[in-house]
Design a binder for this molecule. Structure first.
Ligand SMILES: Nc1nc2c(ncn2[C@@H]2O[C@H](COP(=O)(O)OP(=O)(O)O)[C@@H](OP(=O)(O)OP(=O)(O)O)[C@H]2O)c(=O)[nH]1
Ligand SMILES: [Mn+2]
Length: 193
């Protein structure tokens, strides 16, 4: 059976299985050491359940979005397993880790408006997931300033993704306008007024 003739549920399962194997030894930065795979699955879950996104390529790319950046996965491998469109969306969501961190962050802001609609969807859901993680419990070694900087930077990135999904935009706007995060037991506004 050629890849495109596999029903969408099978295509999505293949992406989940692939990402689970690739991220199998990785953990999130929270104190519980949550399995990393919870994040890419959660990003696809946000697209479907909160963004009403049913496009199979976008959902697969969401599940696979950190495989090249954070594991030994190559773009060629993604193309072979999932086709050219998924490869391209993931490529648009992959930072060049050979660049200094400040430059990577700057490029995310600069390039967001130039991305395809499907890459913008994945970027917004990725940020929603990470911002919610930060609201709940910042990584143990993050200073208060680093958390604040992340919210400000994320807003600049997702502002460049506007125009493709009002529901996801509204979720992000709520976080920036009225969201709070907890740091050392104290509550702070995500974006100081
Ligand atoms: N908030 C949070 N983030 C965690 C946690 N564990 C892992 N991460 C990952 O850390 C990244 C954000 O941390 P940074 O210090 O800014 O980036 P870095 O990992 O590239 O150094 C995100 O990468 P990313 O998904 O590639 O997105 P991006 O922020 O680089 O765009 C996020 O998925 C956690 O417990 N909480
Ligand atoms: Mn991510």
């Amino acid at each position: 059976m050629s890849k495109t003739s596999i029903p969408p549920v099978g295509q999505l399962l293949h992406a989940i299985h692939f990402a689970a194997l690739k991220h199998s030894t990785q953990r999130r930065k929270d104190s519980a050491g949550t399995p990393y795979i919870n994040h890419p699955i959660g990003v696809a879950h946000i697209l479907w359940y909160e963004g009403d996104v049913q496009d199979i390529g976008a959902l697969q790319a969401a599940v696979l979005h950190d495989t090249v950046e954070d594991t030994d996965t190559s773009f060629e491998e993604l193309e072979l397993e999932f086709g050219n469109e998924v490869r391209q969306i993931v490529a648009e969501c992959t930072d060049d880790k050979t660049l200094p961190k400040a430059e990577r962050k700057r490029l995310q802001v600069e390039n967001a408006p130039k991305k395809s609609d499907k890459a913008k969807l994945v970027k917004m859901a990725d940020k929603i997931y990470n911002l919610r993680d930060l609201q709940r419990e910042p990584p143990a070694d993050w200073t208060l300033d680093r958390v604040r900087e992340y919210f400000l930077w994320a807003q600049k990135v997702t502002d460049g993704c506007r125009g493709v999904n009002g529901k996801l935009e509204n979720i992000l706007e709520d976080i920036y306008q009225s969201g709070t995060f907890v740091y050392n037991g104290k509550q702070y506004p995500c974006i100081a007024k």
